[in-house]
Design a protein around this ligand. Structure first.
Ligand SMILES: Cc1cc2nc3c(=O)[nH]c(=O)nc-3n(C[C@H](O)[C@H](O)[C@H](O)COP(=O)(O)OP(=O)(O)OC[C@H]3O[C@@H](n4cnc5c(N)ncnc54)[C@H](O)[C@@H]3O)c2cc1C
Length: 399
């Protein structure tokens, strides 16, 4: 007979471990099912987490980030205080933006240990292949096919979530596009370790951007994400990144002695939240829910927030039969607006930045005043004013 749990969390990333910690801590019989053999390995991340004040500025309604965004010092490898957005011709717009560059492997392991310390069981090397509507989970482990049952299932299984599909979400439409990305960890990088650099351009990273994120000690994450609907057909991600490293006039001098220590390819879901994030007995968090800032690909803060909201909503569901749909209301309140704005920014960028010369002109004209708010998931004040005035006027005419 399959073992039974109150809650089965599929995926032991930041989202899953956060939910599992809360539920196990409240005494619910909780299991995390994770396909990797070592949590957090390999790293699929640029490892950038905005500092606590920046997080509270970006997500002003998410008070829980006060606690969740406070990363222990030993997990931080570097701190940066400025960000540069660099146009195809090399024009840099710079502004203050505080970040912690975290050791993502240690970070994921730290969160998973917290869940284990709270009493959560973890099955490693266990790949979930199906969830039935009654919450029977089938998975493949080292010893073969296996299964378990749970009152509530949490899909924390990342951008290609199996659990999201069992809730009725589809990934086949172009609107639900996923951004393929690669990241090199490089050593001997000669960059300013206080500055994060983001490079834009159709020939650099079509529909995305390329990053140099200093990890400290002359190490950096150098990577990029693109969107297939915009990129040149047949050009591989590696071709783009190698060309950037060798030829970009700002980046190449910083990377001329650099060596690749490791490389990973992964997916960033940049199409906004998936349409269905809850059912009667299951819900989705983190990348599985599409909770990523589409304009910059950052998803750690919303994985932590969504994971925490899910933990508390599931506890209330198991204790008092409160509906899981409460989760939708709370995440939409705490960070839904920011995710919507980030998606709007991406759509505007897609339509404006159709060529490198145009991108260059747009970025020069926009300058710090327009570009800085976009990174913070906000529309620049004039655009915000015009769009709000338009909506008000439209409503006044219609009504
Ligand atoms: C190249 C790259 C760079 C990025 N850089 C940043 C950054 O600098 N800052 C930032 O905030 N965000 C960044 N992101 C996004 C960020 O990594 C994610 O948003 C974040 O990891 C989401 O956490 P999660 O817990 O939802 O999912 P994940 O961290 O993806 O965890 C999902 C877990 O589920 C497991 N899993 C998947 N399928 C199954 C299955 N069928 N059965 C069992 N287990 C399964 C996986 O092995 C994984 O451990 C980046 C993403 C990529 C790809």
């Amino acid at each position: 007979m399959s073992p039974s749990f109150d809650v089965a969390v599929i995926g032991a990333g930041p989202a899953g471990s956060t939910t599992a910690r809360i539920l196990a801590g409240k005494g619910f019989k909780t299991v995390m099912v994770e396909r990797r053999s070592t949590i957090g390995v390999p790293i699929h991340c640029g490892e950038l987490l905005p500092t606590l004040p920046e997080l509270l500025d970006i997500f002003p309604r998410s008070k829980r980030l006060q606690h969740l965004g406070n990363v222990p010092k030993e997990l931080v490898t570097n701190k940066t205080s400025r960000t540069q957005l660099i146009s195809p011709q090399g024009h840099a717009v710079e502004f203050k933006f505080g970040t912690n560059i975290i050791d993502r492997t240690k970070f994921d392991q730290y969160l998973a240990h917290q869940a284990a310390d709270a009493g959560c069981e973890t099955y490693l090397q266990s790949t979930v292949v199906n969830r039935s509507t009654s919450n029977q989970i089938e998975f493949k482990s080292r010893s073969g096919p296996d299964s378990l049952d749970a009152k509530v299932v949490v899909g924390a299984d990342g951008p290609s979530s199996i659990i999201a599909r069992t809730l009725g979400n589809s990934y086949s439409s172009p609107e639900r596009e996923l951004s393929p990305s690669i990241n090199f960890i490089m050593k001997n990088v000669e960059c300013d370790e206080n500055v994060v650099q983001m490079f834009f351009g159709r020939n650099i990273a079509p529909g995305g951007y390329t990053w140099i994120i200093p990890k400290g000690d002359s190490m950096a994450n150098v990577g990029f994400g693109l969107r297939r609907c915009i990129s040149t057909p047949g050009t591989s991600l590696l071709t783009y990144l190698k060309h950037f490293i060798a030829k970009n006039k700002i980046a190449a001098p910083q990377l001329k002695r650099a060596k690749v220590v490791s490389r990973v390819g992964a997916i960033i879901p940049v199409a906004g939240p998936v349409p269905i994030t809850t059912s009667e007995n299951a819900l989705l968090i983190g990348d599985a829910a599409g909770h990523v800032m589409a304009s910059n690909g950052g998803g750690i803060p919303t994985a932590l927030s969504g994971g925490s909201i899910a933990g508390h909503v599931i506890a209330a569901h198991l204790e008092n039969q409160n509906p899981l749909s409460t989760y939708d209301r709370i995440w939409k309140y705490e960070f839904g607006k920011e995710l919507d704005t980030a998606l709007s920014v991406l759509r505007i960028a897609d339509s404006v930045m159709t060529s490198d010369p145009l991108t260059d002109v747009c970025m020069r004209i926009a300058g710090k005043q327009f570009l800085e708010p976009l990174i913070r998931c906000r529309l620049p004040a004039p655009v915000d004013f015009v769009s709000k005035t338009f909506v008000r006027t439209f409503n006044a005419i219609v009504n």
